[in-house]
Structures are given as C-alpha cells and as structure tokens.
Design a protein. Structure first.
Length: 255
C-alpha cells in the first residue's frame, strides 16, 4: 500500500499503475491534485478497476474532478476524503451515481458539503453503513433534508454515524428527525450541539434502538428527562455513553 507525503516518481508510478493490481490505496497527506494518479487508476484497461479502499485524507488539492476521475472504479467500498476542503456537493452527487457499492465514507472537514451531498450519498449508495462527517456546518435545513432521504425505503441503513462538531446550529426539530431515521445504528455521535435539548432524545426511547452500542451526546443541553428517554430504548444494549458537558444532568437522573 502506498502512503507518505510525496508522490512516487513518474517512472515508479508508471510501473505500479500498469503492472500491479491495487485493491487498497492510501495516498493520505500527499500532493494529489492533478488527477494523474487517479486517472491512471481508472483508465481503460487499467488493472485497478477492482479497487476496494481509497484513502485521500488531507489531500488539499483534491477537487470534484478528482472524484469524477474515479467513475470507472465502481466497486470502491471505502473512501476517506476528510480534510479535502475543495470538494463540493457536485463531486459527491456524481460519485454516488457510479458507486452504489460504497459502504464507508469519511467527509470530515469538507466544509462545502451540504444537504445535497449528504442526501446523494444516502440515496445513491444503498449499501452505505458508515458515514463520518465531523467538523461540518449542518444546520436545520441540511439535517432535515438528510433525515428525509434516510427515511426512504431503499436508502442506506446506516450503522455508524458520526456528526461530531457538525451540528452546532441544529435545534430539536431537526435532531429528532435525524435520530428517528437511525433506528438500526450501532454507533451515533451528535456531540457539540448546544441548542439540542431533552425532547430531541425522545426517538431513542423506541425499541428499535436496542441495537445501539455507543452513543455520544456530549456538549448537548440535555438533562435528566433526556437521559430518561435514552434509558427507555437503548440502555439495555449500550456499552459506551458519553455525556460529557451535559451540565443539566444530575445525580437523580443517573441514579
């Protein structure tokens, strides 16, 4: 697996690109941006069309065109483009159209991603089970749109959802909508949403959440009533619970 901060020489990459089939490729923190390598991966006759995992974390020059260059690598299961701040919704809308087998995506720090990109992934990638989208700016409109698409019968049924630090502007209405659509999840993090209160935890009282194993609601404005909602539906199976910064929770609520 390739990794590091500088690209291999043209000659070395030429040899790799045309002789060795690659199933997993890590180019994180590298100077990828001219699409030479990505085009080589997906060009006609290339041996890498069965690429399964691609990690491009912090490749700051990556653009939507870079994602489009991967259109023929249709069996990608895992992609990590966290920290690639030039990516926009257009890149993910197109990517979702050609990568229905995608199972895990990390778009943390991709500040230009809105409800359009999130919804496209939820609808177009029906096998998607892991979505990591930390450090974004997802307000009520974005979260409601995501929740609406997630509720469609043939959309992805997410098992691992991490929106840490992305929901600072979220309110109870949008957070309730999101949680209602995550009944099959085993891991949920919505930390850092100070406007979210007890009432948002009501969906967690449903029996559907008995499969939930880890929940992070740190830095929410949640108190004893919210904790009671959680206990009603998911406390029997939960193994990790983060309530850090939930100052309204008292001894009575925990007891």
């Amino acid at each position: 697996m390739l990794s590091g901060r500088t690209l291999p020489s043209d000659l070395l990459w030429h040899d790799l690109a045309h002789t060795l089939p690659i199933l997993e490729l890590n180019l994180s923190n590298m100077n990828v941006g001219d699409n030479l390598i990505l085009n080589s991966l997906a060009c006609e006759g290339a041996p890498h069309l069965a690429l399964r995992e691609l990690r491009l974390r912090n490749c700051a020059r990556l653009t939507d065109a870079s994602l489009f260059a991967l259109s023929k690598c249709k069996v990608i299961r895992v992609i990590d483009v966290s920290g690639c701040h030039r990516l926009t919704d257009d890149g993910f809308v197109n990517f979702a159209r050609t990568h229905s087998l995608l199972r895990s995506v990390d778009i943390s720090g991709c500040a230009h991603i809105t409800q359009l990109g999130l919804s496209a992934l939820a609808i177009g990638c029906r096998r998607l089970s892991t979505m990591i989208a930390t450090g974004l700016d997802l307000g009520d409109i974005a979260l409601r749109a995501f929740a609406k698409q997630s509720g469609v019968a043939f959309s992805a049924k997410l098992k691992h959802v991490d929106f840490s630090g992305s929901c600072a502007r979220a309110t109870d209405g949008s957070m309730m909508s999101v949680l209602k659509g995550l009944g099959e999840a085993r891991y949920i993090s919505v930390s850092g949403a100070p406007r979210v209160t007890d009432v948002s935890m009501a969906p967690l009282s449903r029996s559907a959440f008995r499969s939930l194993r880890a929940l992070d609601v740190s830095e929410l404005n949640v108190g004893d009533a919210g904790l009671s909602w959680m206990a009603g539906g998911c406390m029997h199976g939960i193994r990790e619970l983060n309530l850090g910064g939930c100052a309204a929770i008292t001894d009575a609520g925990i007891g």
